[in-house]
Write a protein that binds this ligand. Structure first.
Ligand SMILES: *Cc1c(COP(=O)(O)O)cnc(C)c1O
Length: 360
């Protein structure tokens, strides 16, 4: 068997311990004689998986029982639509900071509904940074202020929590949720497609203030309403049981590894190793993100020309470094170094970068 260092942006690398544990119990889950994918979502063993995952997520986020965890399908992309559908109106629109592709996609859904406002945008500079606090133009009557906390494609991340003047703060944390301690209480709603940092594709975690999701507008269809998921413990219909089971294991792995402090320590170290390799290359490698917006999760950089970039991707793979090709909208390279990427992986990539530069 061959395992590579997997730098893919998502679906992405998962902790090897979690994969092995799932493999070991796959054929016979909890003495049921069945796998987790074959048992009822109304059964006791599944219910335990479901509720423990929820509790562990809240515990890691240090949130109390004024918050609820929901499991919803449709990807983070469906949240782009559910948020304005549930909360925004023409009188109280949703306010958006545009900092990359996904925040722009989120705004687009509000725009389709005629309930979106742009509070800030860094598009003109090529999304090399997130907006600064003094650039946020959040109107008082906004239903919420939405940010994408880590911009997976551009490799930028917020290193501050926006002050909103009382407007509820919403965040897409698809690619950095549970990667570091954050004062999550400052947020009213957080969501993450788990396939970046927390599990296999198939489920989105939504963590929201209960007071916000108790009641949805009357005219919304059942599956687009947060209150449907809230009232039924995310079991109104069949949940993506396998994805939730895997998320539960990943969250447990985070807890047992030392929690968010330890994740932050490892993630900062990995990011430092790669940004140092960029900064010490004398311009051979050029980082996309401005320094104070650099992401700890997705490290984006370019080489002197596209030919060298192609060669870099191919030779990296020969060295067991997979998935370093950047998104087509930015070009160049992107190394995604989520929680499950070991420090050795970042070291191996940095070493390869130095070798490649010397040879080219
Ligand atoms: C990948 C990603 C999305 C889109 O997620 P889907 O689950 O594919 O809809 C949204 N936001 C961010 C920050 C992402 O990284």
């Amino acid at each position: 068997m061959k395992r590579v260092y997997n730098f893919n942006p998502g679906p992405a690398t998962l902790p090897i311990e979690v994969l092995k544990e799932a493999q070991a119990e796959f054929l016979d889950f909890e003495n049921s004689g069945m796998s987790i994918t074959e048992i009822s979502h109304r059964s006791k063993p599944y219910e335990k998986v479901h509720n423990e995952a929820k509790a562990d997520i809240l515990e890691l986020m240090q949130l109390g029982d004024d918050y609820e965890v929901l499991f919803i399908q449709g990807g983070a992309s469906l949240q782009f639509a559910m948020i304005p559908l549930n909360f925004a109106t023409k009188e109280n629109p949703g306010s958006y900071a545009l900092s990359g592709t996904f925040s722009s996609n989120a705004y687009k859904e509000a725009e389709i509904l005629g309930v979106g406002k742009i509070a800030a945008s860094t598009k003109d500079g090529g999304f090399k940074r997130v907006p600064r606090q003094d650039e946020l133009n959040i109107e008082k009557n906004s239903a919420y202020f939405h940010v994408c906390y880590n911009n997976t494609i551009y490799g930028t991340e917020y290193h501050y929590i926006p002050e909103t003047g009382g407007v509820p703060l919403f965040a897409d944390m698809s690619s950095d949720m549970l990667s570091r301690p954050v004062d999550f209480k400052k947020f009213s709603l957080i969501y993450a497609g788990v396939q970046k940092n927390l599990g296999p594709a198939g489920v989105v975690i939504v963590v929201a203030k209960k007071s916000l999701i108790e009641k949805s507008p009357e005219n919304l269809p059942t599956m687009l309403r947060y209150d449907t998921f809230y009232k039924k413990n995310s079991l109104y219909n069949t949940p993506p049981a396998f994805s939730i089971y895997m998320v539960g294991k990943v969250v447990r792995w985070i807890k047992e590894s030392g929690g968010l402090e330890e994740m932050a320590k490892r993630n900062s170290l990995k990011a430092k190793i790669l940004y140092d390799a960029i900064d010490s290359s004398g311009g051979f490698y050029a980082g996309h993100a401005e320094k104070d917006s650099r992401s700890l999760m997705n490290v984006t950089f370019r080489l002197p020309n596209e030919e060298l970039e192609k060669k870099f991707v191919a030779e990296a793979l020969e060295n067991n470094l997979s998935g370093v090709k950047g998104h087509r909208s930015v070009g160049g390279m992107r190394a995604s170094i989520y929680n499950a990427m070991p420090v050795e992986g970042a070291e191996a990539l940095a070493e390869f970068m130095k070798k490649f530069q010397k040879e080219n």
